[in-house]
Design a protein around this ligand. Structure first.
Ligand code: FEO
Length: 423
């Protein structure tokens, strides 16, 4: 149990962070039933003292109280910033004022963010990358470049010999417990998984790159920037990240083919008929595996898992009251949890009056940085056979785009006029 005291987590390595037990929402989007901690650390060595990260500005007093228990400001030789988001850099300006001799170490990408924090103050800082070190005499700190977990600037710092990894947000979670260590605190597994799902998951490929650097390290302790300090079985948390970043099941479809997912919902069956025609059109192109899902019969979270690995996404919705329907928006709003940038996107739907749903969905897809190379397909009320043929062609065109093929298309003047009128 800690009561305003710094905590020695290894020989001459101290936790000097702050507790925020009453926080119930972090960055607006995250729920924090157990509050959070802002973990900062202090490492003493023959050549001086290093401070690793600070805390949120509102908790700076707590941080300085703990820091002063284990070091004098004039001893501080270096301040390492593993991550510059305000919950870790909030006390930095004041720390710099109290320890003006300290050099700041941060990633190359962190430099612009640092300037945004210190504004016009003059500060000596040193950008570092993988392999760069700080020599503290009998002990060394080594940097690992682990960007985009979850900001461009993020990095980790490894205390050699002791095998301690100061990992920033990686391996962290929002869970405040004064018992501090993972073998003492309450069951925080749900918070750990929730944090990964909401913070790290969209950056899966960067998680894998970071794991390639972290897994070879002998690890005695993981010291993240939030939540419990992981001293019991630290490797198991690394392994869990490996599992979470891996596909759930072997995706047979993706082994040799492009995957196209078509999600739709229909009020009177018209958008369903369009979806089927689009699927059949896409099927005419070799090398594409098509899956068709009625949103009325599925759970968003399961679909998000599929979307993460798919190459192309098509969404079909009727227009009701000038908008796409809620299940479509529910699914689209969940896509912030996974990386969809660069995937192919498209929209379609039947409508009664003006048919805004298709263009609204397309706007959202573009906003998520999908490419939308084929203009959406919309049909007034009940599709005729001719209109279903258009849907068929639309599906084929999407599949051709997905496989990197394109087809010259010849249309009649009537078709051109009709398409222009529908635009
Ligand atoms: Fe804990 Fe990304 O800040």
């Amino acid at each position: 149990m800690i009561t305003g005291k710094a905590v020695e987590i290894a020989a001459e390595v101290y936790w000097i962070g702050a507790l925020d037990p009453r926080l119930r929402e972090f960055d607006i989007i995250l729920k924090t039933a157990n509050g959070t901690t802002y973990n900062a650390y202090c490492v003493r060595g023959q050549h001086g003292v290093v401070v690793i990260d600070t805390v949120k500005a509102s908790h700076a007093d707590e941080f300085f109280t703990r820091l002063e228990q284990v070091a004098h400001y004039e001893e501080i030789q270096a301040i390492i910033l593993n991550h510059l988001e305000p919950d870790h850099s909030g006390a930095l300006p004041e720390l710099i004022r109290r320890a003006p001799q300290a050099r700041v170490y941060l990633s190359h990408r962190g430099q612009m963010m640092l300037k945004g924090i210190i504004k016009d103050e003059v500060l000596e800082y040193i950008p570092v990358g993988t392999g760069d070190t700080i020599d503290l005499g009998e002990r060394q700190l080594r940097f690992l470049h682990t960007p985009f977990l979850h900001w461009p600037d993020t990095q980790c710092t490894y205390l050699e010999k002791e095998g301690i990894l100061f990992s920033g947000d990686i391996f962290g979670c929002h869970f405040c417990d004064t018992r501090l260590f993972n073998d003492k605190v309450g069951d925080f597994r749900a918070a750990f998984e929730y944090y990964y799902a909401h913070i790290m998951r969209p950056f899966r490929e960067h998680v894998l790159e970071a794991l390639a650097l972290i897994e070879p390290l002998p690890l005695n302790l993981l010291a993240p920037a939030h939540g419990p300090i992981l001293r019991d079985s630290p490797d198991s948390y690394v392994q869990r990240y490996r599992q979470l970043a891996a596909p759930l099941l072997t995706n047979e479809a993706a082994k040799q083919e492009k995957t196209l997912l078509i999600f739709y919902i229909s009020a009177y069956g018209n958008t369903t008929r369009m979806a089927q025609a689009i699927s059949e059109g896409a099927e005419t192109v070799k090398g594409v595996r098509i899956s068709l899902y009625d949103l009325q019969g599925g759970e968003v979270s399961a679909f998000v898992d599929l979307i993460e690995e798919a190459d192309g996404l098509v969404f079909g919705s009727p227009t009701i009251n000038g908008d796409a329907v809620k299940p479509i928006w529910d699914l689209l709003s969940s896509l912030a949890l996974v990386k969809v940038r660069g995937k192919l996107g498209a929209a379609f739907g039947s409508y009664g009056w003006s048919g805004e749903a298709v263009s609204l969905i397309e706007d959202r897809l573009r906003g998520l940085k999908l490419r939308v190379p084929v203009k959406g397909s919309k049909i007034k009320l009940i599709p005729t056979d001719t209109e279903l043929e258009q849907c068929h062609r639309f599906g084929r065109e999407l599949a051709l785009q997905l496989t990197g093929q394109t087809e010259q298309r010849f249309i009649t003047l009537d078709e051109l006029v009709r398409e222009t009128n529908h635009a």
